[in-house]
Design a binder for this molecule. Structure first.
Ligand SMILES: [Zn+2]
Length: 220
């Protein structure tokens, strides 16, 4: 089961206080999605993965901590606009604002993950265009991360499998196929190969839907 509780946080940017929900514990049962999104009950804890200061709009996974570029980025038009972007769910905007701060300080991997989290929020809210936008941003940031030598997953083969899924689900089929075929040539892990083989079929069908790892491996 999931346990959550309210805590008062002091915003590291403006110094003012607000109440937020933090996760005490949670669990997962079942298979993650191909982009690693966890199954329930952890899946439903996503509203508590990012905190937004109601006074100044600072967004971070923990408002107590100040990201070095926050002050500069938060005064930008891009950040202020993102906070109140009406075409996206508020929670997705919070994840994207965090992503903007992280990208500004060169943390492309974490920025990519925050954008992917925003996409998951859009999926849940059936905001298809929003999800597409967030995944395109995530794919671009993950590519930037890899180009600058940052890992986006613990292993290189898992990194490739993740990026293939984000590219496929953001309709970038030719690039997804190229990376998928490259991964199939390079990697020997049986699970990764099974996932990439399944991805290749989806890409060839131009299927941008959500599938689990268990479905990819024929266990669902
Ligand atoms: Zn604040």
């Amino acid at each position: 089961m999931t346990t959550i509780f309210p805590v008062e946080k002091q915003c590291a940017h403006c110094g003012r206080h607000s109440e937020h929900i933090v996760i005490g514990s949670t669990n997962t049962f079942g298979s993650p999605d191909l982009d690693t999104r966890p199954p329930e009950m952890m899946r439903s804890t996503i509203p508590h993965w990012v905190q937004r200061c109601p006074h100044c709009g600072y967004c971070n996974s923990d408002l107590d901590h100040l990201l070095p570029t926050a002050g500069q980025v938060m005064s930008s038009e891009a950040y202020r606009d993102q906070l109140v972007e009406r075409t996206l769910p508020t929670l997705a905007n919070s994840f994207l604002c965090l992503s903007i701060i992280l990208a500004a300080q060169g943390e492309f991997t974490r920025a990519g993950w925050s954008s992917l989290h925003a996409a998951w929020v859009c999926d849940d809210e059936r905001a298809a265009q929003g999800a597409l936008h967030c995944r395109q941003r995530a794919a671009s940031l993950f590519q930037e991360a890899l180009a600058s030598g940052q890992m986006i997953a613990r292993q290189a083969d898992a990194s490739d499998a993740l990026l293939v899924d984000v590219l496929r689900r953001s309709l970038q089929f030719p690039l997804a196929l190229s990376l998928c075929e490259d991964g199939l040539r390079k990697h020997s892990d049986e699970i990764i190969k099974g996932v990439l083989t399944f991805q290749k079929l989806l890409i060839q069908r131009q299927d941008s839907g959500c599938y689990t790892v268990a479905q990819a491996l024929g266990n669902a």
